[in-house]
Write a protein that binds this ligand. Structure first.
Ligand code: NAP
Length: 643
């Protein structure tokens, strides 16, 4: 049985099970009971969830109604335990659909239902395996693939290629797997997408101890999967790809790799997959005098763990997603914390943000067939595409561009209320932390109150005047204020629009991708580029998620597409595949048209990592997740040329 469906047999008595059920979502529990019993009467009875509420997952049912569902579930689970926990049978797709509608409290549209059925894979069919089963094994063995990076995307590519019997090598600059979740080891680092969704679809997610796992646990998650799939023998650590050049005569890529001590070597590969992601190269601000600072200066993605912050005066430059997590995590240690905030950020109230997974939920994820999959469904459903409409520009909206539209204005009130609840008693602070742009026009942050509580501490200062310069032991702002500090932490984000930088990827005719892009990265469906045959990207241009979803879902989508491109090569005996120029340009025009309907690139948003040098947005995905899922399902032959 597929690992993601495996559960451990139940050996607990009724009282223990009843205790576990007490803290569960009755929606996912009831769906699991149907899975165990095959009895649809559990979702056809008089008690039905009334409303799907984010993070509530009890369908707004009364305590009595919940108790009734739990009692029925206990009877069914105890009987299943007494029968020796026999294997359960997959439900037919129409029944799965009926349960989806029951949980969502509305008919789940066909396209979403199809995407979620694939993602949940309740039948254990492994639908996202590379579709190369019908191709000759010896052809596959002659298609060496080189993967750049062993983070979430590179690991996924390795797992899928290994499963498909295609030889591959992963080149990784670090000495360990994990990418983002290895680099970003700063205090407080944790994921801001629910962990039971921010995890591979084909692996169990019962390992997380918190609903939003911290970096060490996430790193362990990737490490364990890496070991389990035996990827180590395919990785060459401490090596960076400097250059990859398409050899027009030999029909392969020539890849130059710099190893330890600067030694260079060249490898060849028929296919290159870049899995370096969007947010891997730190952005170091160009602040006058920064180089002359006497004390430690480091970026959040390059945290210097040898520096003891206890009793130190610390400047935290940047109040985005990273700064937001660092501040509360170090505030108890430092003597003084000065937070330099250029732009205030909207934050979404999320009481579960730092919460431990409840023991009962942990039990259910481990023991109840289907529970983990239905819990994942609820997380996916709540973070699906509805939020995209909050950033849709309505220029007739009287409050535009302060808010984007009516829904945006309503959401602003909710977020403002959260701010006021925490700092309403301090009008100055409240004004400083209240953004003047619409919610979600920049990346939203998750908050359980820890950021605002941190800013209220007596030894914390929030500074919003621009930084003028850095002295040997101070930071000075434009208004002439000087802040004496011992350590500077740069929570200043990443060079998102300079994708693939500093690698040189040189395609047909000697064109270098960075030159062709010139700061405006584009790719067909975010994955491939004309004149760059057999070159694919995971986390490429136009794929960053700013409204919903989990990057792991989109990476899995991209790999499905790459898998179909590889199948096309193998099945047709072709040497190379690439999108046509016309298809690429058509896709880009459509993508830019769509982006222009959203707030992310609006001129009123002054600073944002979404924007490139020219002020436009190239890195984000403006499509609904379900549309991106559909457009990456297979390679459209009309849009590609094969050689
Ligand atoms: P970020 O969101 O781009 O934030 C960078 C911060 O530094 C912003 O406050 C920015 O101000 C400020 N800044 C940049 N250059 C500056 C300068 N020259 N002077 C003064 N301030 C400057 O970067 P991030 O916090 O590293 O997060 C980037 C993305 O990574 C997030 O949006 C998210 O997608 C991901 N991330 C996720 C998590 C998570 O899952 N929990 C955690 C960290 C990061 P402006 O706002 O004015 O530009």
């Amino acid at each position: 049985m597929s690992r993601h469906l495996r559960t451990e047999p139940i050996g607990d008595d009724d009282a223990t099970i009843a205790r576990a059920l007490g803290s569960l979502s009755v929606s996912a529990l009831t769906a699991a009971v149907v899975q165990i019993t095959g009895d649809m009467s559990h979702v056809r009875g008089p008690i039905r969830p009334r409303e799907f509420v984010q993070n509530e997952f009890q369908g707004r049912l009364s305590e009595d109604e919940q108790a009734a569902l739990r009692a029925r579930a206990l009877t069914a689970i105890a009987a299943w335990r007494d029968a020796g926990c026999p294997p359960t049978r997959p439900l037919d797709p129409p029944l799965i659909r009926e349960i989806m509608d029951w949980i969502a409290c509305e008919p789940v549209p066909d396209d979403y239902a199809a995407m979620y059925q694939e993602e949940m894979d309740l039948a254990g069919r492994n639908p996202r395996a590379l579709p190369v089963a019908g191709t000759p094994a010896h052809d596959r063995a002659e298609l060496p693939v080189l993967i750049i990076g062993c983070g979430e995307g590179g690991l996924l590519a390795g797992i899928r290629l290994k499963e498909a019997g295609i030889p591959f090598e992963i080149i990784e600059r670090n000495g360990d797997v994990g990418g983002t979740w290895l680099d970003n080891s700063y205090p407080g680092a944790r994921v801001d997408v629910a962990s039971h969704y921010y995890s591979y679809s084909f692996e169990p997610a019962d390992v997380f101890s918190e609903y939003y796992a911290r970096q060490p646990e996430l790193h362990r998650y990737f490490r364990e999967i890496f070991d389990r799939h035996g990827i180590a023998e395919h990785v060459r650590w401490h090596r960076e790809v400097e250059r990859a050049e398409w050899d027009e005569v030999a029909w392969h890529w020539l890849v130059t790799i710099r190893g330890p001590e600067g030694l260079r070597e060249t490898r060849t590969a028929r296919v290159v997959i870049s899995a370096v992601g969007l947010l891997s190269r730190p952005s170091i601000p160009d602040l006058p005098g920064l180089d002359g600072f006497d004390g430690p200066v480091f970026h959040t993605a390059e945290w210097d763990h040898s520096v003891d912050l206890r009793g130190k005066r610390v400047a935290l430059i940047g109040a985005g997603a990273s700064g937001f997590q660092v501040g509360p995590a170090i505030v108890d240690d430092v003597e003084h914390l000065v937070v330099f905030q250029r732009t205030a950020q909207w934050m979404a109230p999320n009481p579960r943000y730092h919460e431990r997974v409840r023991p009962g939920e942990h039990w259910a994820l481990r023991h109840l067939p289907g529970y983990a999959r239905w819990y994942r469904f609820m997380l996916m459903w709540q973070s699906s595409d509805r939020l995209l409409e909050l950033v849709r520009i309505d220029e007739r909206w009287p409050d535009f561009p302060h808010t984007a539209n009516a829904a945006s204005a309503a959401r602003r009130e909710v977020f403002l209320d959260w701010i006021m609840r925490h700092v309403g008693d301090d009008a100055r602070l409240a004004a400083l932390v209240t953004p003047d742009y619409p919610p979600m026009a920049k990346r939203m942050l998750q908050d359980n109150g820890s950021w605002l509580r941190c800013l209220k501490r007596p030894h914390v200062e929030l500074v919003t005047d621009p930084i003028a310069g850095v002295g040997p032991s101070s930071v000075t702002t434009a208004d002439g204020q000087r802040f004496d500090v011992d350590v500077i932490v740069l929570a200043t984000g990443f060079r998102a629009s300079e994708l693939l930088w500093p690698m040189e990827i040189v395609g047909r005719g000697g064109t270098a991708l960075a030159k062709a892009w010139d700061g405006r990265p584009t790719a067909y469906r975010g994955i491939s580029v004309p004149d760059f045959p057999n070159f694919f990207m995971l986390g490429g241009p136009g794929t960053g998620l700013a409204h919903a979803g989990s990057v792991i879902l989109t990476t899995e989508c991209q790999l499905r597409y790459i898998g179909d491109a590889i199948r096309t090569l193998l099945a047709g005996g072709h040497r190379a595949i690439e999108p046509t120029r016309a298809a690429h340009d058509r896709y880009q025009q459509a993508l830019q048209r769509e982006i222009s309907t959203l707030m992310w690139g609006h001129p009123s948003i002054e600073h944002s990592w979404y924007k490139a040098r020219d002020g436009r947005v190239y890195v984000l995905c403006p499509w609904r997740l379900v549309d991106y899922w559909a457009m990456t399902a297979t390679v459209d032959p009309d849009d590609h040329q094969v050689s």
